[in-house]
Structure formats: structure tokens, C-alpha cells
Write a protein of this length. Structure first.
Length: 258
């Protein structure tokens, strides 16, 4: 016991940066460590949802694509022995159902999680300072600003994009997807009772298929910009990005330009 106290006392007396750095650390490395700080941002349910949601959406895009443009019939097997498109649709529907449960879980977490978990569900258009930051981010992404700002949670531009493309986008895909599913499930089924009305509202199933299909492109556009922006910011901004969605911690680099 006595020995342990002395040990921890000794460690406290030593500056953290030097006591923890080993190997080939130089004085410049130690100085750099001293300048870096980190904040815990994304709790595990947010991170888990992010990657599960991303994997489900990727699978839904591939299988949805084939629903829209089916493979030609294969002539090496008897038609009755093939179930390729059946399996494809099954995977699409299973992932659609998981997406529904996962999104409900994410909404629940916004109610009980930390304040960063709520960013996905609103856009603070009433805050003047927020608009100024949106303009700053637009300029930064367009290479018109030299010094990036630091944000603990999503930056304002990312927040707008995530709200419109994801919160609205996923909701749209869930509603239209379940309405399409209602048709297959049949009149009087639970999906029909809950979402069947949407078919009549948009006109007919073909229009609904078209809207659900357009929604896919809306999400694909988001994905391309999102992955580009996440990697670009990881390299060019003064804060960690991709690892933040893995560990939950945002690390801020020092303020000095490279
Ligand atoms: C290699 C692929 C991906 C990487 C590296 C990545 C990275 C990230 C990072 C770093 C953040 C946090 C950004 C911030 O703190 O402002 C984030 C958030 C987010 N990403 Fe991704 N992402 C990927 C794929 C996807 C895909 C495929 C989707 C869905 C189509 C997606 C949807 C989202 C959403 C909705 C958020 C907000 C999370 C929340 O607030 O709950 N991501 N992503
Ligand atoms: C991001 C999520 C989703 C994407 C990207 C997506 C994509 C697609 C695409 C591209 C189609 C083909 C539409 C066409 O005829 O041109 C489709 C069809 C369909 N999707 Fe989705 N979908 C998603 C979510 C869902 C969900 C949540 C459900 C609900 C369970 C669902 C159920 C269906 C159904 C029932 C069809 C019609 C199948 C058929 O006519 O054989 N989808 N989806």
C-alpha cells in the first residue's frame, strides 16, 4: 500500500507529457503533446448506430438497385430453381426493417443521450452566429479560408447536411419503403394499415417506386460528399474526424499552422 502511494505520488510530480512519452520522442514532440486537448463527444450508441446505419444503407442501395434493374434471366438453370431476385428482395426488406429499428433507437438516444446526440435532429436557424459559421464553413470547403475553426460536435454545415440528407432522407425512405412493402403484404396487413395510405396520396405504386428510387440518389449524393468531407477534414482541419466516430473522442491539434 505504502509503495503504491509513493509510486503514484512520483508520477504526479513528473509532468504528464514527459512521463508518458517513450521511444524516440523529441522535445518538439513533447511540446506538441502539451498543446493537444481532447473532448469526449459521441457516446457508444451514436457510434454504433453510425456504422450499422452506414452498412445497412450501403446494402439497401445495392439490393434496391437490383430491384430497379434486375439481372437478366440466367439460362444455365431452370427458372423454377432460381431465386436470385427473391433473395435480393429478402435482403432489401430485412435491411429495411433493421434500418427502422436502428433509427427508432437513434431517436430514443437523442432523448436520453448527451447534447451532441441531439444535433442530428434540429437546425438552429434562429441563431445569427450559427448562420455566420455556415458561411465560414462554405468558404472553408471552397478553399477561400486559410484558418479552419474548431467544433466539438458537428460543424454547422455538416449539421445542415446531416439533418436534410439523413434525418429527413432516412425518414422519407422509411415511409416510402413501408408503403411499397404494404402493397406486397396485402390489404388489411399491419404495414398496409400503417403506411398503405401513402400509395393513394402520391397517386399509384409506380410514382411511389419512382420517389423511393429518387430518395436513393439523394442519399448517394450525401454519402459521396460526406465521406469526402470526413477525410478532408481529418487531414486539413485542426481536429480529429474519422477516429472520433470510432473512439468518441475529438482531439484538437495545436493552433500553429504547419
Ligand atoms: C467510410 C465511410 C464513412 C466515414 C469515414 C464516416 C465518417 C463520419 C464522421 C467522422 C462523422 C462525424 C462528423 C462530425 O463529427 O461532424 C460522421 C457522422 C455521420 N455520418 Fe458518417 N462516415 C462514413 C459513412 C457514412 C454513411 C455511408 C452514412 C449514411 C449514408 C453516414 C452517415 C452519417 C451520419 C448520419 C452522421 C451523423 C451521426 C450523428 O450525429 O448521430 N456515414 N461520419
Ligand atoms: C436508404 C434506404 C433505402 C434505399 C436506398 C432503398 C432503395 C430502393 C430502390 C432503389 C428500390 C427500387 C425502386 C424502383 O422500382 O425503381 C427499392 C424498392 C423497394 N424498397 Fe427500398 N430502399 C431503402 C429503404 C427501404 C425500406 C426501409 C423499406 C421497408 C421495408 C424498403 C422497401 C422496399 C420495397 C417494398 C421495394 C419494392 C420492391 C419491389 O417492387 O419488388 N426500402 N428500394
Amino acid at each position: 500500500m505504502e509503495q503504491r502511494t509513493i509510486h503514484s505520488h512520483n508520477r504526479e510530480a513528473e509532468p504528464l507529457s514527459t512521463s508518458r512519452l517513450t521511444g524516440d520522442a523529441t522535445a518538439a514532440d513533447i511540446e506538441s503533446v502539451r498543446r493537444r486537448t481532447s473532448v469526449f463527444v459521441y457516446e457508444w450508441p451514436v457510434r454504433l448506430w453510425h456504422w450499422v446505419n452506414a452498412a445497412l444503407i450501403m446494402t439497401l442501395i445495392v439490393t434496391g438497385w437490383f430491384i430497379a434493374s434486375p439481372l437478366p434471366t440466367m439460362n444455365f438453370a431452370e427458372a423454377t430453381h432460381q431465386f436470385v431476385m427473391g433473395y435480393n428482395r429478402f435482403i432489401h426488406f430485412a435491411c429495411g426493417q433493421l434500418l427502422t429499428v436502428a433509427f427508432a433507437g437513434r431517436v430514443y438516444w437523442a432523448l436520453v443521450g448527451n447534447h451532441h446526440s441531439r444535433q442530428l435532429f434540429y437546425v438552429p436557424v434562429w441563431r445569427k452566429a450559427w448562420w455566420k459559421e455556415v458561411v465560414h464553413e462554405l468558404r472553408w470547403y471552397a478553399f477561400l479560408e486559410d484558418v479552419p475553426k474548431k467544433y466539438v460536435g458537428h460543424n454547422p454545415l455538416a449539421q445542415v447536411a446531416m439533418f436534410f440528407f439523413m434525418t429527413i432522407g432516412i425518414t422519407f425512405m422509411l415511409l416510402t419503403g413501408w408503403a411499397l412493402y404494404a402493397e406486397g403484404a396485402g390489404q388489411g396487413s399491419l404495414p398496409d394499415l400503417v403506411m398503405g395510405w401513402l400509395i393513394g396520396l402520391v397517386g399509384n405504386t409506380q410514382i411511389l417506386h419512382g420517389l423511393h428510387h429518387l430518395g436513393m440518389w439523394f442519399i448517394i449524393i450525401f454519402m459521396m460528399i460526406h465521406i469526402y468531407a470526413a477525410i478532408r477534414e481529418d487531414i486539413m482541419s485542426r481536429q480529429s474526424m474519422v477516429s472520433t466516430m470510432i473512439s468518441g473522442h475529438r482531439t484538437f491539434k495545436d493552433d500553429l499552422p504547419d
